[in-house]
Design a protein. Sequence first.
Length: 55
Amino acid sequence: MNEAQMDDIHEHVRNNDYPESTSGMECLATNAGFKNCAVLYRTDDHYYSVLQLTA
């Protein structure tokens, strides 16, 4: 990802998201009936992740 894309992600997270750990999201997904929760992208510092939930 380039710097502008990362800036957009950071801005979105700061203004729209509530932090959840990857393991917390996996638990929420499982409890909601999703069969899989895969990490598609994770920053080097593991602070941001993009997850794919599969029904």
